[in-house]
Design a protein around this ligand. Structure first.
Ligand code: 5RP
Length: 298
């Protein structure tokens, strides 16, 4: 059985979801999955030898399993996160059918997820209209053993954290490369930190002095100058030593006190669960009570 044929909800008998075969899925997301043989690995900056197919399937598997487990018919206000795994979340939500989605409002974490919602013809809302969400599903750059995570690889961490905190249930989805014991093990670029533009130089100096000597402004790839977030701010990527990364909540508190920092891409004590699609077609679920569940393909 291929990863896309795993029926995760079958393992949760209390849920009465109907299995939707992959052939019922017709979103743009599924059309955009290409069959390249190599993929650029954002965390290491190197090319991964793992076929894109496998990585994409593991993203899809994580996303589908999370949707099946956490987006129930009663859930009406739903947050849609950012990143390359999230199109599969929308894909699976669409597969729940027009009837159930008619009564729902979807809140984006940024431009990308806003576009996904609009293109899927789902109802778009704003977190200022709906400050309490039933559930938000989002991607992650790395997740540790306690469900702390690094986010902001796509520079969306401010809106992502607002939606994570607003949600009654916040769940992360990712491929197996994001699953680690300690933050900073696989994600080497550092913690994405959103800063007010005029304060960036001072914030950088401060970061250099508190344990991140290589902290730097994130530069745009196809534009001269820095990356500008959906909120008009800059992003600093700040790597810290393993010892500091082992206590992410402490580091987060320290960083939040620096004037000019708007938000820090460390998400601590927020997640209910994190779903990782694996290369062999299984899914690892880390729960916030410490339980780790392994769902194998049949
Ligand atoms: O935090 C994020 C954007 O700010 C993304 O959720 C994170 O970068 C994961 O993205 P991807 O699924 O493409 O690896």
């Amino acid at each position: 059985m291929s990863p896309t044929h795993v029926r995760p909800f079958a393992l949760i008998p209390s849920r009465s979801l109907i299995y939707l075969p992959p052939s019922t899925i017709k979103s743009r997301a599924s059309l955009s999955v290409r069959n390249h043989s190599k993929v650029h690995c954002r965390s290491s900056g190197r090319m991964s030898a793992v076929p894109v197919d496998i990585i994409e399937k593991s993203k899809q598997l994580a996303a589908w399993t999370a949707v099946d487990n956490h987006i129930l018919p009663a859930d009406k206000i739903i947050g849609i996160g950012s990143g390359s795994t999230v199109p599969y979340v929308v894909e699976r939500i669409l597969a729940q059918g027009a009837e159930v989605n008619k009564g729902r409002v979807f809140i984006p974490t940024g431009f990308q997820s806003r576009q996904l919602i609009v293109e899927a013809q789902l109802t778009l809302g704003d977190v200022s209209q709906y400050p309490v969400l039933d559930v938000t599903i989002d991607g992650a750059d790395e997740v540790d053993h306690e469900l702390n995570s690094i986010k902001g690889g796509g520079a969306c961490q401010l809106q992502e954290k607002v939606l994570a905190e607003a949600a009654k249930t916040w769940v992360m989805v990712a491929d197996y490369r994001k699953n680690s014991e300690t933050l900073g093990t696989n994600w080497k670029q550092g913690i994405p930190i959103e800063v007010v533009p005029f304060a960036y130089a001072g914030v950088l100096r401060k970061l250099h002095s508190i344990g991140s000597p290589t902290a730097h402004l994130r530069m745009a790839k196809m534009k001269a100058g820095p990356v500008v977030t959906d909120n008009g701010n800059f992003v600093i990527d700040a790597p810290f030593a393993v010892e500091q990364m082992k206590e992410p909540a402490k580091l987060l508190t320290q960083l939040k006190l620096i004037t000019g920092i708007v938000e820090v891409g460390l998400f601590c004590n927020l997640a209910k669960a994190a779903y990782f699609g694996n290369q062999d077609g299984s899914v690892t679920i880390k729960w916030n009570n410490g339980r780790v569940e392994q769902i194998s393909k049949e």
